[in-house]
Ligand binder design. Sequence first.
Ligand code: ADP
Ligand code: MG
Length: 250
Amino acid sequence: MTNGDVAANDARTTAHPLLVVEQVVAGYSAADEVLKGIDLRVETGEIVAILGPNGAGKSTLVKTLAGLIAPSRGSILLDGRPIAGRAPREISRAGVAYVPQEQNIFPTMSVRENLEMGGFLDPRNSARRIEQAFTRFPMLARRRRVQARALSGGERQVLAMAMALMVDPTLLLLDEPSAGLSPIAAQRLFDDIVAIHRGGVSIAMVEQNAHEALTIADRAYILVDGRNHRDGAAAALAADPDIRRVFLGG
Ligand SMILES: Nc1ncnc2c1ncn2[C@@H]1O[C@H](COP(=O)(O)OP(=O)(O)O)[C@@H](O)[C@H]1O
Ligand SMILES: [Mg+2]
């Protein structure tokens, strides 16, 4: 039995996968079919990596999942309920948090104020969640009064994830969290992502750093030109000679 068969069986026997994306077509006014019919699934408890060359549509896909782009066709089900085309704050309330690749913090606000911004949809629980963030990421507690622009690249990414976690999501969407980081800073960030996952959050993450992403992911999807190219268990993809040659540098 292949991994695909295992996944298909799970889909039949569990109530609902956390996220099911089917044949999603989406894009921008200038280019309305960037995604040309994407399928993707995230089971509760998984880390799913979304890989592929520049321009493949990875960011467009996570923006669509977060509600920033309304798909023109296809369906997106969260816990069995349709969310395609809903407003970002509704999708956030439904349990999906999104960390954009860029401009994901407020540079002139303090670390603590950034966390407050992350919790603005649910202000009553904000103070408690900020304390949780400080416990989980002691670096943020130490630097709570510092302007976010004073943080290192890796620390900013931690802050951006902590802001996203302020809504207590079931699914965290990350767009290239390790982009621009040194190998050591990237490794630390991947460790933080694993810790967030262990805390009970399912994760779908876009990564250029395919080798590292496949190391921590359960499954992965490779997109090429707005279409599904390959998918499967992360370990199997990491060991696949074609994938190694094209995406992992041999
Ligand atoms: N705001 C936009 N308006 C028009 N086209 C866009 C916009 N953003 C991205 N695109 C195009 O959509 C395609 C996929 O982009 P993107 O999703 O950012 O790819 P990836 O994240 O995989 O590098 C590219 O051809 C890109 O030029
Ligand atoms: Mg991108």
